[in-house]
Design a protein around this ligand. Structure first.
Ligand code: SF4
Length: 84
């Protein structure tokens, strides 16, 4: 569940590291007739920073890591790319 919160607040994090402080957001889900307020917590910031560091490590690898088959892959939009 924490990953979902981080995903929602990524753009606020993005703006913060570019100098915009105090940004908050609201996500509207018209089909669900719901909306949610999004703020960036210190925990979100730390998690985001760690995730971005992990992405940089993966990108810098000369050889991609091995295939990791997970249940979630079956419904993932990147399935074709990962399983070629
Ligand atoms: S990107 Fe999608 S298909 Fe590829 S490993 Fe991750 S979940 Fe599975």
């Amino acid at each position: 569940m924490r990953m979902l919160q981080s995903g929602r607040s990524y753009y606020i994090y993005y703006l913060k590291i570019r100098g915009m402080e105090g940004v908050r957001g609201r996500i509207d889900y018209p089909l669900l007739k719901k909306s949610m307020h999004v703020e960036l917590s210190e925990e979100d910031e730390n998690e985001m920073s760690k995730i971005l560091d992990d992405i940089k490590k993966i990108i810098s690898q000369s050889v991609p890591s091995g295939l990791i088959k997970q249940k979630i892959c079956k419904s993932c939009a990147y399935l074709d790319l990962c399983y070629i």
